[in-house]
Design a protein around this ligand. Structure first.
Ligand SMILES: Nc1ncnc2c1ncn2[C@@H]1O[C@H](COP(=O)(O)OP(=O)(O)OP(=O)(O)O)[C@@H](O)[C@H]1O
Ligand SMILES: [Mg+2]
Length: 253
């Protein structure tokens, strides 16, 4: 694949080499390699159960890996201190599938929560309202600041969850199936929103999705995770034109 054309001269913000993860006899990741370059949107596709979520969890230290190296913005995850891990978690935002809001808290309180957990980064403030409003404005929901989660639609909840990630001004955002469970129109809105966030905050992003239209619209580059490895990578057009049956299988549906 023509990797050079899209990545030349760019700095990698995440580098994964030879990542292995086993659950007993289940070898989920078998030497997975990946680079995420500064400012790019990388889409990862793979069959259900192929290990995409496990890979993301290893990346941010929610799962330990068995072999391989993970480097995030110059720090090796194999030997970070607790403080460094905390810092990385403010720089790397993630939006998990079904990213739940706290049901007993208003939208405002849901967004204030990460701010309070990371006061060192965000500085002390007497009133969080301007920060909360800015994050909500980025997702078009400033008017929902005092609503309870139960008053929001599924798409709105997903937007608030994204605002909660944005409030810490992450340099990298990891999205695990951000549109799953939403109707096609709402999915499209979320995809457009991710693109506008990308343009506004200049983040580097990894988006895991099964949605071919989303991948076509948003990806700078793609990786296909097959049999626990980086089976193919390239631009959407490059992969779409591949004659490899395992690659074609992703684009036919
Ligand atoms: N905590 C765990 N203990 C044991 N096995 C696990 C655990 N977490 C994941 N697995 C196994 O790892 C494999 C990969 O799971 P993973 O959730 O990463 O798949 P995925 O590619 O994200 O799938 P999907 O597209 O359905 O979300 C599956 O076989 C799953 O059963
Ligand atoms: Mg998953």
């Amino acid at each position: 694949m023509n990797k050079k054309s899209v990545t030349e001269g760019r700095r990698a913000v995440i580098t994964i080499r030879g990542l292995k993860k086993f659950f007993g006899k289940n070898h989920v990741l078998n030497g997975f390699d990946m680079d995420l370059y500064e400012g790019e949107t990388l889409v990862i596709m793979g069959k259900s159960g192929s290990g995409k979520s496990v890979m993301i969890k290893c990346l941010i230290g929610l799962e330990t890996h068995d072999e391989g190296t993970i480097n995030i913005m110059g720090r090796n995850m194999e030997n970070v201190t607790e403080d460094e891990l905390n810092e990385i978690r403010t720089e790397v935002g993630f939006l998990f599938q079904g990213s739940a809001l706290y049901d007993s808290m208003t939208v405002r309180e849901n967004l204030e929560f990460p701010l309070r957990r990371h006061v060192e980064k965000m500085g002390h403030f007497s009133d969080a309202t301007p920060l909360v409003l800015e994050a909500l404005e980025s997702v078009g929901l400033a008017h929902a600041i005092d609503l309870m989660p139960e008053e929001l639609s599924g798409g709105m909840k997903r937007r608030v969850a994204l605002a909660r990630t944005l409030i810490l001004r992450p340099k990298i955002i990891l999205y695990d199936e951000p549109t799953t469970g939403l109707d096609p129109i709402t999915s499209k809105e979320i995809v457009l929103l991710m693109k506008s966030v990308q343009q506004k905050y200049k983040t580097s992003s990894i988006i895991i999705t099964h949605d071919v239209d989303c991948a076509r619209f948003i990806s700078d580059r793609m990786i296909l995770l097959v049999d626990g490895i980086n089976y193919a990578e390239g631009t959407f057009a490059e992969l779409d034109a591949s004659t490899d049956p395992k690659v074609q299988a992703f684009f036919k549906s």
